[in-house]
Design a protein. Structure first.
Length: 117
């Protein structure tokens, strides 16, 4: 149990670092929270929204870690460093696009019912 708690503290420190240093992470947290509140208000299924939010936030933290590692290993500009950073950023962008699609599929039909369409 102590090992798990120690690991959990490291993980929470990573999330705190992401929150403190990454503007996009903060924006994604706020947008995810809003999506969850809308899903609760509409009584829409929460699982797809939670999964989409978790995927985006998790990939954002992985992107942050990869950027830090690349900067440590290759402080000067290098085409492979750029490719690694761009691919990680692309993964986050792709997850965001699909999270919006999940939000549209899950939240728009109940929203239309609520507003009378």
């Amino acid at each position: 149990m102590r090992r798990w708690l120690r690991s959990a503290r490291f993980a929470v420190a990573g999330i705190r670092h992401g929150w403190a240093s990454q503007r996009n992470f903060r924006i994604e947290c706020v947008l995810g929270g809003l999506a969850l509140l809308v899903a609760l208000w509409l009584r829409a299924p929460l699982a797809p929204v939670l999964l989409a939010c978790g995927l985006v936030l998790g990939l954002e933290l992985i992107n942050t870690a990869l950027e830090a590692l690349v900067d440590l290993v290759s402080p000067e500009a290098h085409p492979l460093a750029k490719a690694a950073k761009d691919a990680a950023a692309g993964a986050v962008l792709l997850a965001c696009a699909f999270a919006v699609a999940v939000g549209a599929v899950v939240l728009v039909p109940p929203l239309l019912r609520v507003i009378g369409f």
